[in-house]
Design a protein around this ligand. Structure first.
Ligand code: ZN
Length: 223
């Protein structure tokens, strides 16, 4: 482990933020070290998220367990095959437990709590096996998914797409765009969830718990 404040230097001399260093120490990998063509824009490093405040002070990179990062690289390849010029954009990946606690506290007394995992349950993001992702077109613009990422509401729920397509609240193009994302992620082994079109998991919860429980107990608590 490297002790540092704010900015750290890794073994290859590259600078790494202290928040990122904790994730590296936990054995997680920076996905752009595997494929630099994947775009990364962490929503929680900005105040444009459902909490409305910046949570990551210094973290700007997307970290995942190596097996999940490799699956994401495969998804990017599948995407490029079916949509030349398109690329994945990651909005969140490994998420420290303290950030999950801030999120939970912001919704726990509201109906929106169904969209956020309780810190006691441990988010799949905290295990480093979940990723929030969308698609950029050949001009670098996010394709239209019907709602922004992090929109906590029924319109974002894949389970409701048929209903909202029928009512006209989602267009066929928006649903097809979501299907494109789901198809490249599922082809790479990810599974989606029923209430957020952007959220995908590399493992079942029981497997994540079995493989990575020690990691999160040891390192991903505390800021
Ligand atoms: Zn997510």
């Amino acid at each position: 482990m490297i002790l540092c404040h704010g900015i750290c230097f890794s073994q290859n001399g590259m600078t790494v933020s202290s928040e990122a260093q904790k994730l590296k120490d936990a054995g997680l990998v920076d996905i752009r070290d595997l494929d630099s063509s994947i775009a990364v824009h962490l929503l929680y490093a900005t105040d444009s998220n459902f909490v409305g405040k910046t949570m990551y002070k210094s973290l700007r990179e997307a970290y995942l367990q190596a097996e999940a990062a490799k699956m994401l690289v495969a998804a990017q390849k599948h995407l490029k095959q079916v949509c030349p010029g398109c690329k994945l954009i990651v909005y969140d990946a490994a998420r420290p437990q303290w950030a999950q606690e801030i999120m939970w506290n912001s919704v726990k007394d509201t109906p929106m709590k169904r969209y956020v995992a309780s810190p006691q349950r441990i988010s799949m993001h905290t295990y480093g096996v979940a990723v929030d992702v969308s698609i950029l077109d050949e001009n670098g613009r996010e394709i239209d998914m019907g709602t922004p990422v992090d929109f906590l509401g029924a319109l974002a729920e894949p389970a409701n797409e048929t209903k909202y397509l029928a009512s006209g609240e989602l267009t066929l193009e928006q649903v097809k765009n979501r299907e494109l994302l789901r198809s490249v992620m599922k082809k790479s082994g990810f599974r989606g969830i029923s209430n957020e079109w952007w959220h995908f998991e590399a493992l079942a919860r029981t497997d994540a718990q079995r493989k990575y429980k020690t990691m999160i107990n040891g390192i991903m608590t505390g800021r």
